[in-house]
Design a protein around this ligand. Sequence first.
Ligand code: NI
Length: 192
Amino acid sequence: MRRALPLILFAIGLVALGIAAVVVLVPKANVATASSVGGPFTLTDQDGRRVTEADFAGRTHLVFFGFTHCPDVCPTTLQQIGDVLQALGPKGRDVKALFIAVDPERDTPAALKSYLASFDPRIVGLTGTPEEVAAAVKGYRAYVRKVPTKDGDYTMEHTALVYVMDGQNRFVNALNLARPPEAAAAELAKML
Ligand code: NI
């Protein structure tokens, strides 16, 4: 068992690399494919307003899927997104980041509002009915899976990509946050 672990980790790494390669290559290799990442959605924001993708068109924005009970990846990523937005300075004043809840059962608009109060105010929480969320997940070709935990509770596995979408709601690329926020902001600034 112990010997198998490094192999398993290596295999997971390979799969992750494969996914990263697809994500990086798609926009260059096939514009039609890249532009089909995203797509229409109708969701409810943390203030209870019904919104669609059209409400965020007109300028470059970020999209991230997650859930408020996420122990690690989501809060870290939301903090990093906030750091990048901050590093953009005045140029980033109107840049929005959409946090689309993959756990609509627990993530009501009120739950999102309370959770997001700890993060940059440019991060908008979006949720909806399970069907509405599923449509958004499918549109962005994200991966989401509900996983039962030993204590009878559940957690959500989900894609942790930060999508950069342009003003026409076309997928540009995945924002790499594994670097100082200033570096990610410099790349993002070129797309604003
Ligand atoms: Ni998460």
